[in-house]
Design a protein around this ligand. Structure first.
Ligand SMILES: NC(=O)c1ccc[n+]([C@@H]2O[C@H](COP(=O)([O-])OP(=O)(O)OC[C@H]3O[C@@H](n4cnc5c(N)ncnc54)[C@H](O)[C@@H]3O)[C@@H](O)[C@H]2O)c1
Length: 335
């Protein structure tokens, strides 16, 4: 492997373009040599100068000069792309959700386990955010005692009309809160309940907002508010209640304005602004591992866990009750 990791990016939509920008303009030790999108015009428009353009992700994965792949296509396309990267022995960064069904998650895990080494990192960028890492350090430090409850708030100003369906708060958005709950509490999710409050009129046909209760294996409880049309901005909150104290994420951005209108802080417009440093950091760590021919960070196992939670949450909407999450035995490659 050369000093500069030669990367191909599949999917040049909103986050694909943002990741191409950071790989091509912000981070070092990496070069985007090709991009692919089923929409040729979009791919061409997003390609850095000199990069090749494909409309077929498989052709990009197969290209001899591409050493590692970044997958930013839609969730239902991820399984095919991940299996192709594993077959080619190429490290791959894959945006969440890893896949959109338990069966697909098990196929990906089986293929990676058969390859005998980790090749996949999932885009759970919160694990690379400095605030979440400090919160985890406080919990792990033990001075507050065992965590009992975690309150997670996930608010978006709006979502693209027509593209975002009523299932997506649970199978596309909740996965971030589920993953960070597992990470912060070092615990597994054993059951899921969903409650649907009165609908926001801003959501039109969308079932929004959503209230989710995650039952952790330890007995700790995690409540998650998902609001995807809340107008005022992208607002991510987290507070953990432990036996002897509480700890919470700070407000971001941290600058406080005090004037004739009062005291206030800005609210990020969207995820690109709030997590800009976390996305940079997840790719710094990915580049180091990919150059060594492997992957670290959130794994396909973590993607599988989040998929199970999403599936259970969708069942819980139908049943109105507590839906169990049962994970298989963990293959050795996931530690
Ligand atoms: N980590 C995060 O915070 C975060 C934020 C936003 C989106 N995402 C995830 O990233 C993925 C993409 O989201 P987005 O907002 O960029 O969507 P988008 O609709 O803006 O872009 C997706 C792109 O993928 C292309 N595409 C779809 N299937 C393809 C295939 N088989 N081969 C090649 N190209 C294909 C589409 O033409 C489109 O250009 C989703 O899985 C989403 O959940 C993650």
């Amino acid at each position: 492997m050369s000093d500069t990791l030669k990367v191909g990016v599949i999917g040049t939509g909103m986050i694909g373009r943002d990741h191409i920008r950071r790989l091509a303009q912000v981070l070092s030790g990496v070069e985007v040599v090709a991009v692919a999108d089923i929409d040729a015009a979009r791919a061409k428009d997003a390609a850095p100068l000199g990069a090749r353009v494909y409309t077929d992700g498989q052709a990009l994965i197969d290209a001899a000069d591409i050493e590692a792949v970044v997958v930013c296509s839609w969730g239902p396309a991820h399984e095919t792309e991940l299996l192709a990267c594993i077959a080619a022995g190429k490290p791959v960064f894959c945006e969440k959700p890893m896949v959109t069904s338990e069966a697909a998650a098990l196929r990906v895990i089986a293929a990676e386990a058969a390859a005998g080494r980790r090749l996949i990192q999932i885009g759970f960028m919160r694990r690379f955010d400095a605030d979440y890492r400090r919160l985890k350090a406080v919990i792990d430090g033990g001075s507050l005692g065992a965590p009992l409850m975690y309150h997670s708030v996930h608010r978006n100003a709006s979502v693209p009309k027509g593209l975002y369906t009523s299932e997506m708060p649970l199978n596309d958005t909740l996965v971030h809160d589920a993953d960070i709950a597992r990470f912060l509490l070092s615990d597994e999710i054993a059951g899921v309940e969903v409650r649907l409050p009165r609908r926001s009129t801003r959501g039109k046909d969308l079932r929004d907002p959503t209230f989710v209760l995650l039952h952790m294996a330890s007995g700790a409880l995690v409540d998650v508010e998902i609001s995807v049309n809340i107008a005022y901005g992208y607002d991510i909150r987290g507070e953990v209640s432990c036996e002897a104290g509480v700890a919470r994420l700070p407000e971001r951005p941290a600058t406080v304005v005090r004037d004739a209108h009062g005291v206030r802080q800005a609210v990020p417009e969207d995820w690109r602004e709030r997590f800009i440093d976390a996305y940079d950091q997840e790719f710094r760590e990915w580049i180091v591992a990919a150059k060594a021919g492997t992957a670290t960070g959130p794994s396909a196992w973590d993607g599988y866990a989040a998929t199970l939670v999403a599936d259970a949450a969708l069942r819980a909407v139908e049943s109105g009750g507590l839906e169990a999450v049962a994970m298989r035995d963990k293959p050795a490659i996931y530690g």
